[in-house]
Design a protein around this ligand. Sequence first.
Ligand code: ADP
Ligand code: MG
Length: 346
Amino acid sequence: SDKKETGVIRLLDDETVNTIAAGEVIERPASVVKELVENAVDAGADTIKVDITVGLQHISSVQVSDTGCGMHISDAKMSFIRHATSKIRGPDDLARIHTMGFRGEALASIAAISRVTLTTRADDDDAGTEIVIEGGEIISVSDVSAPQGTTVRVDNIFFNTPARRKFMKSRQTELLHIYRAVEAEAFAHPESAFRLKVNGKEKLRTQRTTTIAQTIGQVFGTEMSQNIIPLSAGTPVMRVDGAIVLPEACRPNAGEIHLCVNGRPVTSPQIVRAIRAGYGTLIPKGRFPVAYLSIKIDTSLVDVNVHPAKREIRLSREKEIFRGISDAIRDTLQTTDLIHGNTPTA
Ligand code: ADP
Ligand code: MG
C-alpha cells in the first residue's frame, strides 16, 4: 500500500511539557511567592519569611524561608519532579484536601522557568541538602549545614520564557501583586508568623495570633481594623469568621473583599455577591463593601481542583453556603444597628 508508516504526532519531551505547564501555575513573580509560602504552610512552619530583591526594572529574586519540617535528600531531589507530592496518594484523596498543595507542580514549574536554590534540613538529619536547578536541569546537589526547615531562592524568573518575561509589568505592579499575595496568606494562616522584606526593608510583619480581629489588624493595618465589626456565624455546613465594615464605611471602589476558604485565599464572584446581598439596601449606591472573611466548609463540599493556580473553588450545596454568608452579614449589621443606633444612609 502507499500508506505512510510514520505520523506527525510526537510526545513532547519533559522540558517542553514542564515549560508549558509552568505557564499555567506561574503567571507572574507573585505566583512564585504564593506557591512557596503555601509549601511552607503545608510544612507546618511557625515562621515564614519572604525576601524580595528588586532590580532597576524587574523583581530579581524571590526567597521564602520556613521553619517547617524540612526534607531528606531523596525527597528534596524528588520535589522538583512534576506531579511528585507527599500530600495525596490517589484520586480518593482529591475529595478531601487538607493541604494547600496537592498537584505536585509548583517546584517543577518554578524550576522550569528560573534558577532555584533549595536548602533544606529535616529535624532528624545532621546535615542539610542544597540543590541548584536551572531551567529544569539539576546543576548541583550538595551537603550543607542548614537550620531545620527549608529555604527556596528563585532567581532569573522567566529567563527562558521571553514572552512571559516581556509581559511582566513594572516592578511596582509586580510588587503590589506580591504584597497582596503575602497579605492573603498571612490572613489565611494566623497560625504562622509572616515577615516580608523588599530589598532588606520590612513591609509586613505578623505574629501568630489567636483572634481574627488581631490578624486583620496586623495584616491590613490598624486604621482599617478600627472601622470594622467582627462577625462570627455558622450553619451545619459552614462557619464564617472575620469582619465587615458598616454601610457608611463602604468604599467607592471594589476589590476590598478578602476571602479564604479552608485556609486558601480564593476569589469568588458568587461569595462577593452573597456579601452584597447581606448588606441589601443598606449599602449606598455606587459603594462597595469591605470584608475580611475566613470561611470553613466541610472539605468534602469544596472542590479545589478547578484551576492550576487553585485560586478558584467549586462548592457543593452552594446555595446553602451563600445564604449562610448573606445571613451572617445581615444579622451582624442588624445587631450592630441595634446596639449603636446606627441609621442606614441609603
Ligand atoms: P505540592 O505542594 O502540590 O505537593 P510542590 O511542587 O509545591 O507540590 O512540592 C512538592 C513536594 O515537595 C511537596 O509535596 C513536599 O513534600 C515538598 N516540599 C516543597 N516545599 C517544601 C517545604 N517548604 N518544606 C517541606 N517540604 C516541601
Ligand atoms: Mg506546593
